[in-house]
Design a protein around this ligand. Structure first.
Ligand SMILES: C[S@@+](CC[C@H](N)C(=O)[O-])C[C@H]1O[C@@H](n2cnc3c(N)ncnc32)[C@H](O)[C@@H]1O
Length: 747
């Protein structure tokens, strides 16, 4: 499809067409017509209506036989030589219906596999079986069996977006086997509920709460079904989607693997009866009025009669010239997606991509890695501001400097290829405060570049030292003594504040700091932690297990994307921090936390931390070093009676560094306001081998240890879940103890 936009920066929509009662077999001609209309995919039923009638006849004669006499347990089940459809009920509590459905299903799968079909869409379990749990295991078993029958098939299970039957827009499938289940197998109340069950699933006309939408975005969503009933009509009678539905689609389309869109029951493929007719291509170029939002999005979903009337009106309205108005609208949405942001463009290859944390202390980074760091459009700018701020303060407060010349001594420790040195020199120039600049780097290859920069760019204003900062004695003076440093600039903040071992490194260089006025930039930093659901990441790690049995015992650096925050309750504001205290110590224990997203702060000090995620978040003072800290969080109430999928413990960190008023943050709650577009750090993700299921409102308690021995540093983590029952706190589950000792960071 041509476009005036740069399509490389736009999400791509793959749109298919589905007719639940497709009468015409999908021939080459049909495919050709669909392609001409600008559809990317087409569904084809594996069964025919003739087959469906045969199964129903078979079932009724079998049931008549049962009524006529008592069937022996050895009576053979109806034998089927057939294929399947959405009218089977794999999760039926009635063994006859379940068995019949399974036979039909297996035939369908086997035939699809034989035909070499790649993707099979399977009706999910009914809402009743989801709610009651009845039949779900046998449904899961059937899917497992299907995977064995067709190991190369992609099975796509259709599920309702919400468990509330009022959201469910679909009409009951004629001849569905479910209602034939015998009453003795149904749980009390199930019969009454069953008429509400809608065996199709789709984007409802009115979306559920944002928290539930987020949950779906964290799932491996492959297909988004847009039934005709999810569309509204605007003033001109054109089908359009409500604003929330547009927003949800836009959000899904920005996922690393965006789902395909399936337009369901929005009319037939046009022009099939007239091979010579010219079918207009749905290219998405709609007039503003044709694509204008509908005014009344509160109107209920149409009844079948309403839907029929609407269908009729469509044919008589202005849109009759567009035989595929729904497709035209979706293509219009595609054309009008906002271009990708800076972070989306930079991070497109990194989204949900698990990486082992770098170890810049043991490994010598390559030039290309430094190059990636240096692409950050914010970090270096903010450092320069902070350094300028510190220099101005120095002058304003008339503090004595550590150099013999009176210049303020600034040392960049861990200088890499030198971007912070350049920024330091620039800050000195703009503030007019003279400095004596030092650059310390242990990577011998980066050291070569630093020397070259000093010759070519910095006009020999910098003294470059090749040394581990822990072994550096400070600025070497002509008389053979070692001086002190006034401002120590470092950038050793890993994803969890210290996976680059900044505590160890910075502890080892503290002795060079001017004891009276010396300051560190950053002056402090804080790690945050929050429980998340990340089913895609979990699956990814499972796939690594055959080649890496320790795959669950490793924290991963990852640009989190398709995840869901499990606790998003508001918490009381944090008490003010004493920044003057923080200027001397770069690692204050964290203040009590509280943010909109309940990200819990952790100190990056070595030692143990125990964090609970409370039902009603409370501020809790940090404990003395080495002791446990307790915090709790509650999982959100989502109005979804099922349990939350899994509580993978979580990252997060963003390590906000703070100098004066300058802060960097990768905390999702504050990053926009503090350092929008910063791309330097991704969070770290602590996986759980066995995901924990959390009912609404459960409490998650996290214990985390930062362990060290003489050689390395590693983490250990464990998660517990609790619920309150009759006023008592009951443990629901506990994870394995995970430990990254085997792949710890070498000191
Ligand atoms: C994350 S990189 C930052 C580099 C540079 N400041 C930048 O922003 O591009 C950290 C640097 O610190 C260096 N480094 C790490 N530990 C060190 C240590 N103990 N002594 C000296 N340099 C160290 C690494 O070699 C690496 O060049």
């Amino acid at each position: 499809m041509e476009s005036s936009n740069n399509m490389g920066d736009m999400p791509v929509f793959y749109v298919g067409q589905h007719e639940s009662k497709r009468s015409v077999p999908v021939s080459e001609h049909v495919l050709q017509q669909a392609q001409d209309c600008n559809y990317d995919m087409l569904t084809t039923p594996i069964t025919t209506s003739h087959f469906h009638s045969r199964v129903l006849t078979l079932l009724s004669s079998y049931q008549a036989e049962i009524e006529a006499g008592t069937p022996g347990s050895d009576l053979p089940m109806p034998l089927l030589l057939a294929v399947t459809s959405p009218w089977i009920d794999l999760a039926s509590p009635d063994p006859v219906i379940a068995s019949l459905s399974l036979q039909v299903f297996n035939q369908e799968i086997a035939y699809a596999a034989f035909c070499g079909v790649g993707n099979v869409i399977i009706q999910g379990p009914s809402l009743h079986s989801i709610y009651s749990g009845q039949g779900l295991p046998q449904y899961a078993r059937a899917i497992q069996e299907a995977l064995d029958v067709g190991p190369y098939l992609n099975l796509q299970v259709l599920l309702p977006m919400t468990g509330d039957p009022s959201w469910d827009d679909s009409s009951a499938v004629m001849g569905h086997l479910g209602p034939f289940a015998r009453s003795e197998y149904l749980q009390v109340g199930a019969e009454e509920q069953r008429h509400e069950e809608k065996p199709t699933l789709s984007l409802p006309r009115h979306l559920p709460a944002v928290s539930l939408q987020s949950r779906w975005c964290s799932e491996p969503l492959r297909l988004l079904v847009l039934p005709g009933s999810s569309f509204l009509e605007n003033k001109l009678g054109y089908p359009v989607l409500s604003k929330p539905n547009q927003a949800f689609i836009a959000r899904c389309m920005r996922l690393k693997t965006p789902p395909w869109l399936l337009l369901s029951d929005v009319g037939p493929i046009p022009g099939l009866n007239d091979p010579d007719s010219l079918v207009p291509v749905a290219d998405g170029y709609l007039s503003a009025s044709a694509a204008a939002d509908a005014g009344d999005i509160q109107s209920p979903s149409p009844t079948p009669a309403e839907a029929g009337r609407q269908q009729h009106q469509k044919h008589t309205s202005k849109i009759k010239n567009d035989p595929t108005p729904h497709l035209s609208y979706i293509r219009y949405l595609q054309r009008n997606q906002p271009p990708k942001s800076l972070i989306e463009r930079f991070g497109s290859g990194y989204q949900d991509y698990l990486q082992s944390p770098l170890q810049p202390l043991t490994d010598n980074l390559e030039s290309i890695t430094y190059e990636v760091f240096e692409k950050d459009p914010i970090k270096y700018e903010w450092y320069e501001r902070a350094i300028a701020h510190a220099l101005r303060d120095w002058k304003a407060q008339d503090k004595s400097a550590s150099s013999t010349s009176g210049a303020v001594v600034v040392a960049v420790v861990g200088a890499g290829r030198g971007p912070l040195v350049t920024r330091t020199l620039r800050a000195s120039e703009t503030t007019g405060v003279a400095i004596e600049a030092w650059a310390v780097e242990k990577n011998p290859n980066a050291y070569v570049l630093l020397q070259r920069h000093n010759e070519d760019t910095w006009k020999r204003q910098v003294t470059v030292v090749k040394s581990d900062m822990r072994a550096w004695k400070g600025p070497h003076r002509e008389d053979g003594t070692y001086g002190k440093v006034d401002i120590l600039v470092s950038e050793l903040l890993g994803s969890f504040a210290d996976n680059e071992l900044s505590p160890e490194c910075l502890d080892g260089v503290q002795h060079v700091l001017n004891p009276e006025h010396g300051i560190s930039i950053p002056s402090s930093y804080t790690a945050h932690l929050t429980p998340i659901a990340a089913p895609r990441l979990h699956t990814d790690i499972i796939h690594r297990l055959p080649s890496d049995p320790q795959a669950f015992d490793l924290p991963y650096v990852v640009m989190l994307h398709a995840i869901d925050f499990l606790s998003t309750k508001a918490a009381p504001p944090a008490p003010p921090q004493d920044l003057s205290q923080q200027t001397k110590s770069r690692r204050k224990t964290c203040p009590p936390l509280t943010t909109r997203n309940n990200l819990s702060r952790m100190s990056s000090r070595p030692g143990n931390s125990r964090i609970r995620f409370p039902r009603n978040p409370r501020a809790i003072a940090p404990p003395p070093r080495g002791q446990r800290r307790r915090r709790r969080w509650g999982s959100d109430r989502r109005g979804w009676r099922e349990r939350a999928q899994c509580a993978l413990l979580a990252d997060a960190v963003p390590v906000p560094a703070q100098w004066g008023k300058v802060e960097l943050s990768t905390n999702p709650v504050t990053m926009e306001s503090k350092s929008k577009d910063m791309i330097s750090w991704f969070p770290i993700f602590f996986p759980l081998k066995t995901p924990m299921y959390l009912p609404d409102g459960a409490e998650v308690e996290v214990s985390m240890w930062r362990q060290t021995d003489d050689r390395k540093v590693w983490y250990e983590w464990l998660v517990e879940a609790f619920v309150e029952l009759g006023g008592r706190r009951v443990r629901l589950g506990i994870s394995e103890m995970h430990s990254s000792k085997k792949s710890g960071c070498l000191m």
